[in-house]
Ligand binder design. Structure first.
Ligand SMILES: *Cc1c(COP(=O)(O)O)cnc(C)c1O
Length: 396
């Protein structure tokens, strides 16, 4: 048999981590990596954070899983905290980002259904979006590489140009349920939507009774320097999908909604076997204990500025490789003049972990707990590696 035991859907690289400590990962042979990828914006507190580890250990030794058929003091406690900290009135817990987006889509459709407008089932989504790998979430993007070979896709999605308000408004018709958008596109290349765009979508939703769905799976949970990115736009969604950082490495997602938006999500309409189990709730609470703190978030903004300016200063010295720096907080992207995937791969060989993204962007997504010394270490190592990098002939 030629196939590998792990279904070969990833081009797995030679980095094979077996242990983590703070901002570092260690490979099988003891190789050390500075982890500015964070499991793709997941390990907010770095690796082996004592508060998170202790919370998980304690809960695992107490109660790991029960069915959602039973009352959940753990879920109620965590959901209450999330509601108090956000626009939301209610939360459905999932195990992943795609499931959180699925719940958001279902909530939006059910809102209109419950109002007797079952024909309002279409969501307007945006070019180069990434919402996950389920059938609904690949149907919600125009990225061909995610969709190829999986037809028939689900109907009910209309993709228009990202950050083009006119195109978004022109796409609204009598079947429109709302808009689904990443306020800051992650996988698409660290692209923040403009203030005017987000404000325009909100205004259209208010005027036409549509649902505004934010996918903050990547940009949420402190990543951009506020607990959620929408706070910086001064615009609240009706429904929001969260995952990645929310469990700090424990699989956890959440769909948050206002009471109005969730009006169709009544008993029996949705469910999950694992979603919101006590172990996941303990992990989520422990992450929130650290991240939902003004001082902590102010530090994310401060250190994010330091990292951004360090990257910016590097551009003139390597202007054959780097074009510009994008993003906010610790959700940064370096737009490259060469294939970002090849460069990210090269950096792995030099002990630096970053993540490639669309539009030839290298994503820089360190744990939110980095300090100045980590920024200097990253900048020095990146600068040295960039100076030695030979652009592959095909990608030059
Ligand atoms: C990663 C991601 C998802 C999917 O999350 P999974 O946990 O992989 O299902 C959805 N939306 C955005 C914006 C993401 O970055």
């Amino acid at each position: 048999m030629a196939i590998t035991p792990l279904m070969p859907v990833y081009a797995r690289c030679e980095v094979r981590p077996v242990r983590g400590e703070g901002v570092y990962l260690y490979g099988e042979g003891g190789e050390r990596y500075l982890d500015f990828a964070s499991g793709i914006a997941v390990n907010l507190l770095g690796h082996r954070h004592p508060h998170l580890v202790e919370a998980i250990q304690k809960q695992a030794a107490t109660l790991m899983h029960v069915s959602n058929l039973y009352g959940s003091p753990q879920g109620e406690g965590f959901a209450r905290r999330l509601c108090d900290l956000t626009f939301a009135d209610t939360v459905f817990f999932t195990n992943s980002g795609a499931e959180a987006v699925e719940c958001a889509i279902k909530t939006a459709r059910r809102y209109h259904h419950a109002k007797g407008n079952a024909h309002k089932h279409d969501l307007i989504t945006f070019s180069n979006a990434f919402h996950g790998r389920t059938m609904a979430t690949i149907s919600a993007t125009n990225q061909e590489k995610l969709r190829d070979g999986f037809a028939p896709l689900l109907p009910g999605f209309k993709v228009v140009e990202f950050d083009d308000l006119e195109a978004a408004l022109a796409a609204v018709d009598d079947n429109t349920a709302g808009f689904l958008i990443e306020p800051v596109q992650g996988e698409g290349g660290i692209r923040p939507a403009s203030n005017a765009f987000i404000a325009g979508l909100r205004a259209a939703c208010d005027e036409k009774d549509l649902m505004l769905l934010f996918d903050e799976v990547q940009c949420g949970m402190g990543r951009t320097g506020t607990l959620f990115a929408y706070e910086q736009y001064g615009v609240a969604p009706d429904i929001m999908a969260v995952a990645k950082g929310i469990g700090g490495g424990f699989p956890l997602g959440a769909c948050l909604a206002t009471e109005k938006a969730a009006s169709g999500m009544v008993i029996g309409t949705h469910g999950s076997t694992y979603g919101g189990n006590p172990l996941a709730m303990a992990a989520g609470e422990a992450v929130l204990d650290v991240v939902a703190n003004d001082e902590f978030l102010a530090n994310v903004r401060r250190i994010g500025e330091r990292l951004r300016s360090a990257l910016q200063q590097m551009i003139p010295n390597h202007d054959h490789l780097f074009e510009s720096v994008r993003g906010t907080g610790l959700m940064l992207g370096v737009k490259m003049k060469t294939d970002s995937r090849a460069f990210v791969n090269y950096l792995r060989g030099h002990g630096l972990l970053t993540v490639a993204a669309g539009d030839n962007v290298m994503r820089v997504l360190p744990p939110l707990v980095i300090d100045e010394a980590h920024v200097r270490e990253f900048a020095d190592a990146l600068s040295k590696a960039a100076a030695e990098y030979e652009v592959p002939a095909a990608a030059a």
